[in-house]
Design a protein around this ligand. Structure first.
Ligand code: CS2
Length: 484
């Protein structure tokens, strides 16, 4: 119960029968509950099938503790610019907490009824080196899992569960990554095979032959739910939901059509019936989404935060930022990739701008700024690499990278401390502190090979260094104003 609400408020309850599970979702957070879960519930309503979702939280029991007293149902609150819609979601049937009971997670993953495992474990959950895409063998969770029956990483759980299925003579489940990483399925397959190969070469061979890891592109803006959102919803409905999700109206899910063959038509929910696009080649969709949306989201997050803006909608309400993001799309991002067939990129960019401007979505710049070391390569650096190769402009993207460097230095342009959340936060701060001039700081940060490919650094250094100097001297708005 949140403070300030009447103690007698009844708790949200399940209205319809609980579905039979067919899916395990690793990393059950707000995003999947506001995106994949809704599609899956609708697909079951449209075409049937047993596709209830058992969520797994890797570490904390918070999601379980909030959802269990309301039998795992929750409210999805759609926030449009002109009003909202509430929808009760019942597709989640249980939540397991891996740190508390790893055996329960492994047993569930090995259950014959489970045919699909979906993941939103965020970039850092892949325990890989973002610059190369290879498994990071030095990662403490990976060295732990290679030597234990009780895994802690998603990779460890997947591999041990697949081993149990093979030993039981069952087909594998399809592994469907829903994180914002290009070729997320191929990346995950590579990491899983690398890990499995360390344990048992036959297992790695079986996974390589029988396993399926379709890539997918996911899109919906879902800001973190805050305590005041819970209070406001309870006041509105008279019912307490401790785990609502807030989301924009827009949604898109494109999945590579490649599921475990042994299950035939029963390998997946009827995604096609509810607008999920099943395609043979996912790359153009991923390039478009990650470069156009996530690339500008991160750019606006660092520059917007340093300009004193709390949310993306506040940031783009400033005409200087509106011009800047339009410049990024038009001159630096759109020319860098081949769009999916039939997509009008200009219209896509215009729609993105409207989504960012939606004042009902309070998506904090600080939230998006999190884990930048894991996000920069696919969001910004791929585009920069292509632009440098084709001698195209990358002034705006270099300015965004410089803003990230100032941000991870831990002090904003007014001298106030920044609460930097990033797996490499300490290392990045130390590198920034190791330089006394902007040039030295930029060179020190560009030396982080987990993020920056040394080949790229040569072309990038001068651009980023001058942007860093200008941002520090003049402040964010004058620099952006000058650019547009
Ligand atoms: C955001 C994404 O937090 C972030 O890094 O850029 O979560 C973004 O909102 C989604 O990818 C939109 O689909």
């Amino acid at each position: 119960m949140e403070a300030g609400l009447p103690a007698e408020l009844p708790r949200l309850t399940r209205k319809a029968a609980k579905p039979v599970p067919g899916i395990v979702h690793l990393g059950l957070g707000a995003f999947f509950r506001a995106h994949g879960a809704l599609y899956i519930e609708e697909a079951m309503q449209a075409s049937g099938g047993d596709w209830g979702i058992i969520g797994v939280s890797l570490q904390s029991s918070a999601m379980h503790d909030r959802l269990a007293p309301q039998d795992f149902v929750y409210t999805a609150q759609e926030l449009g610019p002109n009003g909202e819609q509430l929808h009760q979601v019942g597709v989640v049937t249980d939540v397991l907490v891996a740190r508390q009971d790893p055996d329960a997670v492994l047993a569930t993953l090995a259950d014959p009824g489970i045919r699909l495992v979906t993941l939103t474990i965020t970039e850092k959950g892949y325990c890989h080196d973002p610059a190369t895409g290879r498994l990071n063998m030095a990662h403490p969770d990976i060295s732990h899992d290679l030597d234990s029956e009780h895994p802690v990483s998603s990779i460890g759980f997947l591999v041990q569960a697949l081993a149990r299925r093979r030993d039981a003579g069952l087909p594998p489940f399809t592994v469907l990554s829903c994180d914002n990483l290009p070729d997320n399925g191929r990346l995950l397959r590579g990491i899983v095979l690398e890990f499995a190969g360390k344990l048992d070469a036959d297992l790695a061979h079986w996974i390589a032959e029988e396993g399926r890891f379709p890539s997918s592109m996911v899109d919906r803006i879902v800001p973190a739910t805050k305590p005041e959102d819970i209070d406001a919803l309870a006041t509105k409905t008279g019912v307490l939901d401790e785990a609502p999700v807030l989301h924009e109206p827009f949604r898109q899910w494109v999945i590579e059509d490649d599921f475990v063959e042994a299950y035939g038509a029963d390998a997946r929910p009827d995604f096609g019936a509810v607008g999920v696009e099943l395609v043979a080649n996912i790359t153009p969709y991923e390039d478009m989404k990650i470069r156009m949306l996530n690339g500008t989201h991160s750019s606006l997050a660092y520059l917007g935060y340093l300009a004193g803006y709390e949310t993306i909608s506040e940031t783009v309400a400033d005409p200087v930022f509106a011009e800047f993001v339009t410049h990024l799309w038009r001159h630096e991002i759109m020319p860098s990739f081949t769009p999916p067939p039939g997509v009008d990129l200009k219209a896509y960019a215009e729609a993105l701008f409207q989504r960012y401007a939606n004042p009902a979505i309070r998506h904090r710049t600080w939230q998006i700024a999190m884990d930048g070391s894991q996000k920069l390569p696919q969001r910004l650096l791929g585009t920069v690499r292509d632009n440098l190769a084709d001698r195209r402009d990358c002034l705006g993207l270099s300015t965004a990278i410089a803003a990230w460097m100032i941000y991870v230095g831990g002090t904003d342009l007014d001298g106030k401390p920044i609460d930097v959340r990033d797996p490499l936060a300490d290392k990045l701060k130390a590198l920034s502190d190791s330089g006394t001039t902007p040039g030295e700081k930029v060179v020190a940060l560009l030396s982080v090979e987990e993020i920056f490919d040394p080949q790229l650094v040569k072309g990038l250094r001068l651009h980023v260094e001058s942007a860093y100097i200008l941002l520090s001297m003049d402040g964010v708005r004058p620099v952006l104003e000058h650019m547009a």
